[in-house]
Write a protein that binds this ligand. Structure first.
Ligand SMILES: Cc1cc2nc3c(=O)[nH]c(=O)nc-3n(C[C@H](O)[C@H](O)[C@H](O)COP(=O)(O)OP(=O)(O)OC[C@H]3O[C@@H](n4cnc5c(N)ncnc54)[C@H](O)[C@@H]3O)c2cc1C
Length: 318
């Protein structure tokens, strides 16, 4: 049986959903799954990971200092020690920072932002969007260790009743760069990359104060994040953390609602892998309708409040 090492991120004592999805992808591949968790809360998080497919959890409690170089060295050492043939992380900011370093340390290659995996025998294959999502490439790896970041909201979490062996690991002390602080710009709100529903607004909203309509629709769902096109981010209407697209974030939610967004290729690059796309636009010829599963042609200022009321009514009945 092959072994896969999965880097698990956590926040406030809980593993991030995108990391649980990476564990699920490794489990679904039929591998023995070894999770790696770092930091002061690592022990508490480690005890939960058996339920999500990990058979063994390596805990790097560290000394309170955070360094991607050190993390990469620790994880590469773990991969070697476990004889793993693959190493996964979620394609989040941390995963994207860490995994290239691990691949370099292991003299392997990196497959980033993967949306599919085939580890069922023979050379492992990964699927990933290319050229801003215009092409979907299947790549075969001949590297001894397959290093990949996995797109959030793409792979299923596999929750069961298992338990994992937990082992404490020492962290290396050689730090080249140290993370000093992180300031959350989303103010504790759901991140567009991880939310199951994203409601995005574009220039068709006309003014920043009208984003209250987008926020109300997102709030009505209860588990939705607000996204934005670059046009409104550049105009200073919305923070960059909400930007979806080629120069923003790539999202793959269950439901993506684009309101007053034309559907420029650079925007589509960030959302076309959403499972269901709903577009609201007063221009029936807007390119967004070419990728939409459901299109509503009309004025966002009439449609969005009606949709919000309908979502609230449906949720109230449950
Ligand atoms: C290198 C590069 C990188 C880029 N990266 C990104 C990126 O990451 N993300 C991104 O989004 N863009 C990106 N862009 C910009 C992109 O090309 C578009 O300019 C941008 O996406 C347009 O934003 P928009 O759809 O909000 O605005 P517009 O193109 O102006 O579209 C507004 C839409 O609103 C509709 N509308 C107007 N009024 C209403 C109404 N009352 N009700 C309903 N609909 C209405 C209009 O019909 C129109 O379709 C990038 C561009 C470049 C060159």
């Amino acid at each position: 049986m092959t072994t896969i090492v999965v880097f698990v991120e956590h926040s406030k004592g809980q593993a991030r959903r995108a990391s649980l999805e990476a564990l699920g992808a490794a489990k679904a591949a039929g591998a023995r799954v070894v999770a790696a968790v770092e930091g002061s809360d690592a022990q508490a998080v480690a005890s939960t990971l058996g339920r999500f497919g990990a058979e063994r959890v390596a805990v790097f409690a560290g000394d309170g200092r955070v360094s991607a170089d050190r993390s990469a060295r620790d994880l590469a050492a773990l991969v070697r020690e476990e004889g793993a043939t693959a190493c996964f992380a979620a394609a989040t900011s941390s995963g994207k920072s860490l995994m290239p370093r691990i691949a370099a340390t292991l003299d392997s290659t990196l497959h980033s932002d993967c949306t599919g995996l085939d580890l069922t025998g023979g050379a492992p294959k990964v699927v990933r969007p290319w050229l801003a999502g215009k092409l979907i490439a299947t790549l075969e790896s001949s590297a001894p260790v397959l290093c990949a970041t996995l797109r959030p909201n793409t792979f299923a979490v596999q929750e069961g009743s298992g338990s994992a062996e937990i082992v404490a690991k020492p962290s290396s002390s050689d730090l080249k760069a140290l993370l000093v602080s992180i300031e959350a710009k989303t103010g504790g709100k759901l991140d567009v990359k991880e939310a199951p529903i994203v409601v995005s607004g574009g220039r068709g909203m006309k003014a920043p104060e009208h984003f209250a309509l987008i926020e109300e629709l997102a709030a009505a769902f209860g588990n939705a994040a607000v996204g934005a096109s670059r046009a409104v981010v550049d105009a200073g209407w919305r923070p960059h953390a909400e930007q979806v697209g080629q120069t923003g974030k790539t999202v793959s939610p269950q439901l993506y609602i684009a309101v007053g967004i034309s559907g420029a290729i650079q925007h589509l690059a960030g959302m076309r892998t959403a499972k269901t796309i709903v577009a609201i636009n007063k221009d029936a010829d807007a390119p967004i309708f070419k990728v939409a599963d459901y299109g509503l042609v009309g004025d966002a200022f009439e449609i969005v409040p009606a949709l919000t009321a309908a979502v609230k009514a449906i949720r109230a009945q449950r």
